[in-house]
Design a protein around this ligand. Structure first.
Ligand code: GDP
Length: 214
């Protein structure tokens, strides 16, 4: 890609998120999903990874994702519609890895996520968020295995990059990218982001554009 092509890609991605974005609905199971028709890009990650903050930064809105994250809706897929005409649906997947999550809740999460990954052909890509301070945890690896088995393309994204020193960030980036390369459905390159400083957000928008135009 030439520098001009790279700039054009970033600009097209900025435009994608500059139009209207609206919360559509929460879906506790697949029957509540809207008619397919446009691609979907989903965001997943451990609870507290910074998923709501990242979705809000991506969309340039302050409280878009928060409104849908009220307690009780946490085991649902939250759908947002991006663009007019509608370009794609952004899907906020329920967080996982709560320390004290009852077994029943974990089972429900697995059912919902597996159903969605396997039963939704319009799902173009999942962005799996990983806290830059912690790197990959076993619960993240479990999700990666679910994605590999469902043959859903995914990409790892480090969050809260501002919270770690550049050398530590580089080391975590290498370690996480190294693991990504061992997973068949994972994109070999990972992204570093910070909702706080905005670093990596333009690149993440471009990664979403890549996912829906691939
Ligand atoms: P979620 O549970 O994954 O939706 O996580 P939230 O978006 O609610 O974020 C969890 C906590 O991390 C909140 O206190 C946020 O303010 C904080 N946080 C999220 N993203 C960032 C970031 O990029 N940098 C910093 N320093 N803090 C962040």
């Amino acid at each position: 890609m030439t520098p001009e092509e790279a700039d054009a890609r970033i600009e097209a991605a900025r435009k994608l998120f500059a139009g209207p974005i609206a919360f559509l609905k929460s879906a506790p199971d697949l029957r509540f999903l809207p008619e397919p028709g446009v691609p979907e890009v989903a965001f997943a990650g451990r609870s507290n990874v910074g998923k709501s903050s990242l979705i809000n930064a991506l969309c340039g809105r302050n409280a878009l994702a928060r409104t849908s994250n009220t307690p009780g809706r946490t085991q649902e897929l939250n759908l947002f519609e991006v663009g007019d005409p509608l370009a794609f649906r952004l899907v906020d997947m329920p967080g996982y890895g709560y320390a004290e999550a009852p077994k029943d809740l974990v089972r429900r999460w697995k059912h919902l996520v597996n159903d969605y990954l396997r039963g939704r052909p319009v799902l173009a890509r999942v962005l799996v968020l990983v806290d830059a301070r912690h790197g990959l945890k076993d619960v993240d690896r479990e999700l990666m295995t679910m994605l590999d088995r469902a043959a859903v393309s995914y990409r790892l994204v480090l969050t809260k990059a501002d919270k770690v020193k550049p050398t530590a960030l580089a080391a975590t980036h290498e370690a996480v990218a190294g693991e990504a390369r061992k997973h068949v459905a994972a994109h070999p390159e990972i992204l570093d982001t910070s909702s706080e400083t905005g670093s990596g957000i333009a690149e993440l928008r471009a990664a979403v554009l890549d996912a829906i135009t691939a």
